[in-house]
Structure formats: C-alpha cells, structure tokens
Ligand binder design. Structure first.
Ligand code: SF4
Length: 106
C-alpha cells in the first residue's frame, strides 16, 4: 500500500481568506487565549461568535472577510492556531481544494 501523502502548507493564506467559519473548541480557546495573554471569557467576548447552527463558537472575521488573526501574510496565532486551520488540507479538505491551496506534497 502506498504511504499517505502529506501536504506541506506554503502559507499562501488563501484558506485564511475564504468565506466560512473557523470553529474553535475548548482546547483552541484555552490555547489562543493564553497565547494572547487574555482570560478565556475575555477572548470569547472579543474574538468569537456563535456558529449558525448555534452548536459552538467560531472566530470573527475582519470587515473584508479575512480571518481576524491574519496580519499581512502571517497568522498572529500561528503556534496555537485552531485545529481546523492546522489540519487543512491533510485532515480535511473538499473537492477541488488543490485549485485553491498551494500546499505541496512531501
Ligand atoms: S491554502 Fe493551503 S498553502 Fe495556502 S495557507 Fe492554506 S493550507 Fe497553506
């Protein structure tokens, strides 16, 4: 059987600009709040919103739709970015993702 291919992110930041929701779970909230030097409640109030299904929280966007933590081509919470961000495109992706993501197989 072939070894699974791992795709290495090239930091093109396309996935930081797509419309949609970046889910954050309890572990994400704990890690990002600590990284920013905020209490968890404060972080939730300032940087999250309820998801449309009302089944959890997601990060808020910048007015132009980019992720609230995208700064130029950098992620302000890169060492502790949400699981959803860290996993793409290896643990989850969608049909046609190769056309919009510059990650390369290694
Ligand atoms: S779209 Fe792909 S290559 Fe670009 S930042 Fe996201 S995961 Fe990395």
């Amino acid at each position: 059987m072939d070894a699974p291919v791992y795709y290495q992110c090239q930091r093109c930041t396309n996935c930081c600009r797509w419309p949609g929701f970046v889910k954050v779970d309890d572990a994400d909230i704990r890690a990002i709040a600590a990284h920013l030097g905020l209490g968890e409640h404060d972080f939730i109030q300032r940087f999250t919103r309820l998801r449309p299904q009302r089944d959890g929280l997601a990060l808020i966007d910048q007015p132009n739709g980019e992720c609230i933590f995208l700064e130029g081509r950098d992620c302000a919470v890169q060492p502790v970015k949400p699981e959803q961000c860290a996993g793409f495109p290896n643990t989850w992706n969608f049909p046609g993702w190769r056309e919009v993501c510059e990650a390369v197989p290694i």
